[in-house]
Ligand binder design. Sequence first.
Ligand SMILES: [Zn+2]
Length: 327
Amino acid sequence: MKFSTITSHAVLAVSLAFTGTFVAVAPAHAAAPMQHKQVPGFYRAMIGDYEVTALHDGSAGIDSSLLHGEPGLIQSLLERSFQNDPKNVSATVQGYLVNTGSKLVLIDTGAGGHWGPPALGKLVQNLKASGYKPEQVDLVLLTHLHADHVGGIYKEGKRVFPNATVMMKKADSDFWLSKEIMAKAPEDAKIFFKVAQDAAAPYIAAGKWKPYEGMDEIVSGIAPYAIPGHTPGHTGYMISSKGQSLLVWGDTAHVLAVQMPHPEIGIAFDSDGATAIKTREDLLVKLAADKTMIAAAHMPFPGLGRIRKADTGTGYDWVPATFLNLK
Ligand SMILES: [Zn+2]
């Protein structure tokens, strides 16, 4: 045996034996301290020539009583997905950064810490971890003006994305920025109006708040996609490049375990519940048929996946994208 192949423990035992003081010595493995840190919250995918980065804003729990359905059915669907606390159903929030090669476009911005538990508001931190800077963002596209989508655009009254134009469907801007509608809203809904108005203010002052009415392409390969019902102007975005496509669907669904098998179950956050349900049912039929990749703000991070008809005959399965290395 060559000396170099002898382990250090063996060397220790032999040397102690030669001195006549051999004692049983346990291997000197120090207890490794736990790290208590998660991986950075970003995930990259390519859609044709476009680089898409999913950015995690945080994970939170929502109360299943917000769902509009038969409580026994909801409970059993949650249990089937190992969600055993109906008051704290796991939910995530994410936005999507699209680098077209000439423009950097952020679709939805997370809560920015303006709403929800402190676990939310990490999107900018994850954007930086992914290699970009907020000042590089040219355009922010919003699916709607709920706080978990618009809250990330401002901090302490200032723009987080100082060089970005912010665009959203005009119907959403008109609704959430209206002081008159806010005054008539239930007390617990006023916070949604306040965050939208506070978020918009510094961009309006800078001439960078640009609601749109049409459905034409906004930048090359990124077009609005009508998904009505959740809010007055709720709109997805279809990203297309080199024959591949990705639909950023905003809040088409919130609770995977319940609304995929039973799309007819709505949620209290919907402005127009009946329209939101009809939209979801119709969209799921289409997406299951054409197998379009989806980027979903509230499906488990990174929220990239497809829809297929469930084997049970009712409803759909969410099929998450597999982790891919990039070349
Ligand atoms: Zn949302």
